[in-house]
Design a protein around this ligand. Structure first.
Ligand code: GLN
Length: 206
């Protein structure tokens, strides 16, 4: 059972934890650099990316997380987590930064105030069988997809909402909320093939 961390400063940590544990992963809530040792994967949950950005800085996690991503740690980001993984943010507020790691541009709150949230069914590349039931909650969209990044899903209007570069998978929606575990399952499998991060992380990666 791979050890998977969830960045647990803010956001829908519980829903990810429940889903990952149901898939047999050992879950570690990450609030400090020490929590990264031994991880084989990391989930960045949904929430509010500008707050998550402030808290990762406050908890001295920005450089260690960037270092771990540079090393190749598999990461799954949902919604605010997608924003945190994006190399470029079209419309960050108040000096907002991202961790980066995934060569995409994202636009926050792309569905506006009128239809802030909706559920839909979505065909996702690599997910066999029925389309996924997914929830979009004040979701971002991907406005640029860099070389080496694969589009996993788009809406009917063509807007890109799921991408993967074989290390970092980013989803604009929340399968952990709607309860479809197939992408989490693929992620747990990916993490299982990654060697645990070393314990001396602060000096090697920070
Ligand atoms: N709107 C949020 C943000 O900009 C994301 C919403 C979510 O994670 N469900 O970070």
């Amino acid at each position: 059972s791979p050890a998977i961390g969830i960045l647990a400063l803010q956001g829908d940590v519980f829903e990810h934890r429940r889903m990952l544990e149901s898939l047999g992963a050992t879950v570690v809530e990450v609030r400090g650099v020490r929590d990264l040792a031994g991880l084989q994967g990391l989930v960045i949950p949904g929430g509010e990316s500008s707050v998550m950005d402030k808290l990762t800085r406050l908890f001295d996690l920005v450089e260690p997380l960037r270092g771990a991503i540079d090393e190749g740690l598999p990461v799954l980001g949902t919604c605010a987590g997608m924003i945190m993984l994006a190399k470029d943010l079209v419309d960050g507020i108040d000096g907002q930064e991202t961790l980066g790691g995934l060569d995409i541009s994202v636009q926050r709150n792309a569905f506006g105030a009128q239809r802030e949230s909706f559920d839909t069914r979505l065909s996702v590349k690599g997910v066999a069988g029925e389309p996924m039931d997914v929830s979009f909650i004040r979701a971002p969209v991907v406005t640029r997809v860099g070389p080496g990044v694969q589009v996993l899903a788009s809406l009917e209007d063509g807007r890109v909402v799921a991408v993967d570069d074989s290390q970092c998978m980013a989803l604009a929606f929340h399968p952990e909320v709607s309860g479809d575990s197939r992408l989490h399952e693929a992620f747990v499998k990916r993490a299982g093939n990654y060697p645990p991060l070393p314990g001396d992380l602060p000096t090697t990666l920070a």
